[in-house]
Design a protein. Structure first.
Length: 261
């Protein structure tokens, strides 16, 4: 029994010695490898650069001629050779000749026009008798009216009627030039164009000192025209004194104002 135990112990001792030697050999081998890594130069362990493949994508297709940024036009495909043109060529028409210079024909002179014959006025009837009176004077009435000749006032004619005028209540008034002066002064204060056609006869009295008084409408032409005529007399108000040759102290005048539209 004792011998068997001893053999077992001896076997185990041999196994323990073998393990110890393996551990020592492993430690020595790892130490040598570690020393080799430490003492090895750095460039041996440096990573070599890798060459990368770069992929290039072109959206314009194959490289072509430089078109300056413009899209080139595509050519039309030709699938068959066209036959020669059988139509005859149209020749241009010959140039026209320049017209020859032709001298103008002299224009015929127009025939002289015969002047129109003057219209002969009919001779006045010798059967008309001249009017008679105390003295020779101008007048427009066919019969005796007891008034002096009218002095034109400068009013506009109305539809073919006569012109306006001034008359006085005195026969054979000595000074018609005085009436003309009066008419000119009143005309300066009178507006003829009122937009309404009509005729107004005004009656007023001239005092010895030339004042115009007692202005009234003798024949009305409408309220608007009556006011315009009255305004002209009241605005004038003063004219030269009555002539010395006139003996009366006052002179009554009838003055016609004619208006056109």
């Amino acid at each position: 029994m004792r011998e068997a135990v001893s053999e077992i112990l001896e076997q185990r001792a041999q196994v323990a010695d073998g393990l110890s030697r393996m551990v020592i050999v492993s430690l020595v081998a790892h130490g040598a490898l570690l020393s080799t890594l430490i003492l090895t130069p750095g460039f041996w362990t440096a990573e070599l650069p890798r060459k990368e493949n770069v992929m290039t994508i072109s959206l314009g297709g194959a490289e072509g001629p430089n078109a300056g940024g413009m899209t080139p036009l595509s050519a039309k495909p030709v699938q068959q050779v066209a036959p020669p043109d059988a139509r005859p060529r149209r020749e241009p028409p010959p140039a026209q000749k320049a017209p020859e210079m032709v001298a103008p024909e002299p224009a015929a002179k127009p025939a002289p026009k015969t002047p129109p014959k003057p219209i002969e006025k009919p001779a006045e009837s010798s059967s008309r008798k001249p009017t008679t009176g105390a003295e020779i004077k101008t007048g427009a009435a066919k019969a005796e009216t007891g008034s002096t000749a009218q002095v034109p006032f400068g009013g506009l004619s109305t539809g073919g009627g006569g012109t306006g005028g001034a008359t006085v209540d005195v026969q054979n008034f000595c000074c018609p030039g005085y009436l003309q002066t009066m008419v000119q002064m009143i005309r300066q204060n009178w507006q003829r164009n009122q937009g309404v056609a009509g005729k107004v006869t005004m009656k007023f009295v001239i005092q010895r000192d030339g004042r115009i008084t007692n202005v009234e409408v003798e024949e009305s032409g409408g309220q608007f025209l009556d006011m315009s005529s009255t305004r002209a007399l009241l605005t004038t108000r003063q004219i030269p004194p009555l002539p010395r040759e006139f003996p009366e102290s006052t002179l009554t005048v009838h003055l016609v104002f004619e208006y056109l539209r």
